[in-house]
Design a protein around this ligand. Structure first.
Ligand SMILES: [Zn+2]
Length: 276
């Protein structure tokens, strides 16, 4: 008889969770009710403003504000879903690998030390050039985003893009503006997650031959080397592993996984909401 993920987790010692795009939030949808956003969108349309870089800083500054406010309904729905998932695994040894860059999981009950996000974060910045400014080229963006949000708020209808542009941090050598540290951009700087990734791979070594469940939630083929393929490999080489692939569009499992693989053809976000 085939166990549900909840039953399998109950019997397991170790749970490895892979979180994919089905859990990702649409940032513009998340900020759509914010009044600063509404004013900005009206202004952007009026002026035909289409500066991509400043636009991205503005949208992410509003998102950062909504994230830390703790009152955004769409964001809270995501946090609640992560918390349901957490309650289902909290008594187990676990680690979470996520391709989401929206940072919401860090606002849930999951232990931050047990999360790795190799695709980056909308709250983190990096150099866009190749200058050596010392350090690893990565910086936290929350303070900058907070300042931009407050400036926008104080500007009201009279948005001055030059003032906002000045607030974007620059490389101290060549003055190139910093960009968001997110996978898919040119020059994505992978050093932002190096430490947590090492923590994850070290931890993985110790899970070999334990009774383990791999819970893969809505992972697409965008970066298959982060979750999909490694999870299949872990399931293959571990005698006592079970891989649950929950996915609305891509639930297929390779044949060689055999009886260790379970495919659930549903949206994983809804599945966790309804079953955990
Ligand atoms: Zn530079």
């Amino acid at each position: 008889m085939c166990l549900t993920p909840i039953q399998a987790i109950h019997d397991a010692n170790v749970v490895i969770i892979g979180v994919g795009s089905e859990f990702g939030i649409n940032i513009e949808a998340a900020v759509s009710q914010n009044s600063v956003y509404k004013t900005y969108i009206r202004w952007r349309k009026d002026k035909g403003f289409n500066h991509k870089e400043i636009n991205e800083y503005i949208i992410n500054s509003i998102y950062s504000h909504e994230l830390s406010s703790g009152t955004n309904e769409l964001i809270l729905k995501h946090t609640d879903t992560y918390n349901k998932l957490f309650r289902g695994i909290k008594d187990k040894e676990y680690f979470v690998v996520t391709t989401c860059t929206d940072h919401i999981i860090y606002y849930s009950q999951f232990d931050k030390e047990r999360i790795t996000a190799p695709c980056g974060s909308v709250l983190r910045l990096q150099l866009s050039c190749v200058c050596d400014n010392g350090g690893n080229g990565i910086s936290e963006g929350e303070e900058v985003l907070k300042n931009i949000y407050e400036k926008l708020e104080s500007m009201g209808e009279n948005i001055d893009p030059d003032v906002l542009s000045e607030m974007i941090p620059k490389c101290s050598e060549c003055k190139a503006p910093l960009i968001f540290n997110i996978h898919g951009k040119n020059h994505y700087n992978e050093r932002g997650y190096a430490e947590e990734w090492k923590r994850y791979t070290d931890w993985l070594q110790k899970t070999l031959n334990k009774n383990l469940v791999l819970l893969e939630l809505g992972v697409d083929f965008n970066v298959p080397t982060v979750i999909r393929w490694p999870f299949e490999k872990i399931a293959l080489i571990n005698y006592k592993a079970a891989l649950y692939r929950i996915n609305a569009k891509l639930p297929q499992l390779p044949e060689e996984i055999g009886s260790k693989g379970f495919s659930i053809n549903e949206n994983s976000f809804e599945y966790i909401n309804n079953n955990f």
